[in-house]
Design a binder for this molecule. Structure first.
Ligand code: AGP
Length: 372
């Protein structure tokens, strides 16, 4: 009902705007003396966490993109190899699991059958399982050894938004907790990352202010037949998420690519007028990657692509080549996804709205997929 939406035009619009609070709530009670301390992980004991040799993340859809994003952080901070698997692929290919493999499932609803079956499979094979979940008492957390709830608040819209940012925040807390227990970063280095995480809610709020500009672009792009998304490093899963949001909500063919993969095939898709969203890494934090992505932009621009860049505030290098730029506040390189995803979420909802579509209940989709 309208009152449940609290004055918003849709649950999705409300949930997009709730992301600063969602992330704040995910962090609450899990930071002590500047360090990430996740009480839920105490079920394991530090020695068990320190002894993990490998992490396998299982999830579907948007939750799997949260997992792909967290892989970069977990490997960088805690130095544990991470594989991210779609739950339905994982389970049916005889994966190798040992007692020192930790399986992390990610599910907003906690009821996704594919992911539930993957968790059951992993535990039967002797692995330990942690669940990242947004729904208290759901089935997947009940079938896991421990659960880290995201506390993003109920997500009603079919398309996941605050669920996603909450998942990344929870996974980063996990990664920082793990890095502390494993001694792979100094307490100072850990505290720096914790500060970055704590600064995210306000930065999301700033990013949300570009709504009008996003709407203008969406209205202008209502007739687009296909939209491409490029990203590199943590921007890659964000490109995939941007494409999924657009497919789900606006029924537009959308594809995400790793920017470095462009020359290996996808560049053949570029023709005059083709809209391409590019998630640009920070020129400061990712000084080695930034010029590579800018040169990708130049290559496709020369072939007629229309560039919509998601770039750090003050990134002057992209300006001459972009038709539109959405800015995100400065953040550490691993934290950019939590900001860069926001304009992509807003773009999908605005384009769907401009097309007169039901953004909360896209056709053919269910909020949680409880069948295999
Ligand atoms: C996201 O917008 C989708 N509707 C979908 O991909 C979803 O993320 C996926 O089905 C997983 O759901 P879960 O997080 O509840 O397990």
């Amino acid at each position: 009902s309208a009152s449940e939406k609290g004055g918003w035009s849709s649950f999705m619009a409300k949930e997009i705007s709730e992301q600063p609070d969602a992330v704040t709530n995910t962090l609450r009670g899990r930071i002590h003396d500047g360090q990430a301390v996740v009480p839920e992980l105490e079920a394991f004991g530090d020695d068990v966490l320190a002894g993990i040799s490998r992490i396998v993340i299982v999830a579907c859809g948007t939750a799997a993109y949260a997992g792909q994003t967290a892989k970069y952080a977990i490997e960088k901070w805690a130095k544990v190899p991470v594989d991210v698997e779609l739950s339905h692929e994982f389970r049916y290919r005889d994966p190798v699991l040992t007692a020192d493999t930790l399986v992390i499932s990610i599910s907003q609803s906690g009821e996704t059958m594919d992911t539930l079956m993957a968790v059951k499979y992993a535990r039967e094979a002797g692995a330990k399982a942690i669940s990242i979940c947004n729904t208290q008492g759901a089935t997947i957390p009940r079938e896991s050894d421990a659960v880290i709830y995201t506390h993003a608040g109920p997500e009603v819209a079919v398309a996941s938004t605050k669920g996603f940012t909450g998942q990344i925040a929870a996974l980063y807390l996990f990664a920082l907790h793990l890095a502390r227990v494993r001694n792979t970063l100094s307490l100072e280095e850990l505290a720096e990352q914790v500060l970055e995480l704590q600064a995210i809610p306000e930065k999301i709020a700033t990013t949300l202010l570009q709504e009008d500009a996003v709407r203008q672009l969406a209205v202008w792009m209502t007739d687009s037949r296909a939209v491409l998304f490029l990203g590199r490093h943590v921007g890659f899963p964000i490109a995939l998420e941007g494409a999924l949001k657009l497919k789900e909500l606006a029924y537009i063919h959308a594809e995400g690519f790793a920017a470095g993969e462009l020359k290996h095939g996808p560049i053949a898709l570029i023709e005059p007028g083709q809209p391409v969203f590019v998630v640009v890494p920070s020129p400061r934090g990712s000084a080695h990657l930034h010029p590579k992505v800018v040169s990708n932009i130049q290559e496709i621009r020369a072939r007629g692509a229309r560039i919509i860049a998601i770039a750090e505030q003050g990134d002057a290098a992209v300006l001459p080549f972009a038709d539109t730029v959405f800015h995100i506040p400065l953040a550490g390189p691993l934290f950019e996804p939590l900001l860069a995803v926001v304009p992509l979420q807003m773009f999908a909802i605005e384009l769907a709205t401009a097309k007169g579509l039901d953004v909360d209940q896209p056709r053919n989709l269910a909020k949680s997929v409880t069948v295999e």
